[in-house]
Design a protein around this ligand. Structure first.
Ligand SMILES: *Cc1c(COP(=O)(O)O)cnc(C)c1O
Length: 250
């Protein structure tokens, strides 16, 4: 795969990144919440490695998100080692080994059961990672059956199990994918509100206070930031639209 990119393409991606970052900063400033910081994850699924390198070199960007293990594995091998990869796709048990073996995976955002956490924990032990691997628990905040993630009522128990039995994992946050067309309640997105509530319950029960909230994509990241997101995942606004989802590619 060629890593070459044109000057035009690099400029386009860099401009888009600047635009999203400006909105991110503006939104946080509008809250007057000087304490809230948020990370921008550039979601690069289905986009060529050359696009990622352009964002890396031209805009100094370091956090990228990928949905498919094989695609992540291939890109991570040919791209710079100080990239911080976010795995944001559906995590299959038989792929945990591959993910755990990629040294610069920064966080797996989509752990959706205690069983999956245990499998990933074992894979991390086998891979002899230098430090515990950060994970977010994915929560199905809307309760739609088609969505992945555990139910809000299940999260505390899974969190407890991760903290007490998965020594090669670090429970670092919670993640949700908001409904595409949410009915706002008093201006708030109920999915994002539900994720905040899950965090409060877990932090209170486990006596911790550093859990992140990964929520917000191209269409709703400003709303997510207003509701406390610390990690937004933005794809099409940075890299352009993707080909329609193709099940055979998954
Ligand atoms: C693809 C994807 C994104 C980015 O979506 P955009 O609408 O292109 O910004 C964010 N999060 C997850 C989990 C995704 O699969």
């Amino acid at each position: 795969m060629s890593l070459a990119y044109t000057a035009e393409r690099a400029q386009e991606i860099a401009d888009n990144l600047v635009g999203v970052k400006a909105k991110l900063d503006e939104t946080l400033q509008s809250k007057g919440a000087s304490a809230q910081k948020a990370r921008l994850v550039a979601v690069s699924k289905f986009k060529p490695a050359s696009d990622i390198l352009a964002a890396y070199e031209k805009a100094g960007h370091r956090n990228f998100g990928e949905n498919y293990v094989q695609e992540l594995e291939e890109k991570s091998k040919e791209l710079p080692r100080d990239i911080q990869w976010h795995f944001i796709g559906s995590l299959q048990s038989n792929k945990c080994k591959v993910v755990a073996a990629i040294p610069n995976v920064f966080v797996v955002e989509t752990v959706d059961s205690a069983k999956k956490a245990t499998t990933l924990d074992k894979a991390c032990a086998a891979a002899a990672r230098a430090e515990p691997l950060r994970i977010f628990l994915q929560v199905n905040t809307s309760g739609e059956e088609s969505k992945s993630g555990m139910l809000p009522s299940e999260v505390l128990e899974v969190a407890q199990q991760v903290v007490s039995t998965c020594s090669h994992l670090k429970l670092a946050g919670l993640m949700t994918i908001g409904s595409p067309n949410p009915d706002l309640e008093n201006g708030e997105n109920p999915d994002f509100k539900a994720l905040n509530e899950c965090r409060a319950i877990i932090q209170n029960a486990l006596k911790i206070n550093d859990l992140e909230l990964s929520m917000g994509m191209s269409d709703d990241f400003q709303r997510a930031l207003l509701q406390g997101s610390t990690n937004i995942r933005v794809g099409s606004t940075i890299f352009g639209s993707r080909p329609p989802f193709n099940k055979t590619a998954a």
